[in-house]
Design a protein around this ligand. Sequence first.
Ligand SMILES: [Zn+2]
Length: 276
Amino acid sequence: MNNSGYLRFIPAVKSPEESSGDLWFVFRGGSLLTIGGDSDRRIPRRSEMQSLLELLTDKIYLGTLDGKGCLAAELNGSAGLTPGFEAIDLRKLLDSLDETTFLAAGRAAQLLAWRRNTRYCGRCGKLTEEKQDERARICTACGLSFFPRLSPAVIVAVVRDRSILLARGKNSTLPFWSVLAGFVEPGESLEQCVRREVFEEVRLAVKNIRYFASQPWPFPDSFMIAFTAEYESGDIHIDNMELEAAAWYTVQSLPQVPRKGSVSRRLIDWFANTYG
Ligand SMILES: [Zn+2]
């Protein structure tokens, strides 16, 4: 079977010759360089990057998006950007780039961070170097390999009768309520993690845990695995270290929820569509 659009993004390690149509995912800090305005924002092509090429470091070939080569790089220095360019916090691009392009941008951000954080071997402290045939770095002295790391986290919509459990994080500066989430610990299954997180945060037991969807969350290297679950027993007692509040909400009484594009919002939209 040829690809013909089946996979829009195809990862690759070895870079072919650069071409003027290549897409450049360039980061300054956590912000991605984009071109255009709010209605037509997009990733710049190589031919549009001429004025910045000398300031780019840490170039990484990512693969192809719709047949166009994709590269990641960091922009150094605080020089002003050429008119037309704008560096935007990656989170704010969740609902303005199409999903595949956003995921490619997240891949770029994570691989740049991975390279920054694995320049030296964590076991012996010597320099590492890029492997030529796979996405890995290898220690020049002891041979230990470093692959890009993901930190899996579960996120769960708990439903009781026709209500959903929503909570506000203790230190959250964000104005919205969301479903519970937490990182998977070594030695536990995703289902065990769902049960533990819900119990730790609100002292409820849940049942009928079902897979819902997943989403890479490159802030900095999370991978969200979303579930739905039904309330089984208990009364809400929040963990005061983690949460400021938690409560049941019907579709008619939903508070402010996360913006579109996040899997947490998709869970809440699923609840609203199912129980509205
Ligand atoms: Zn080493």
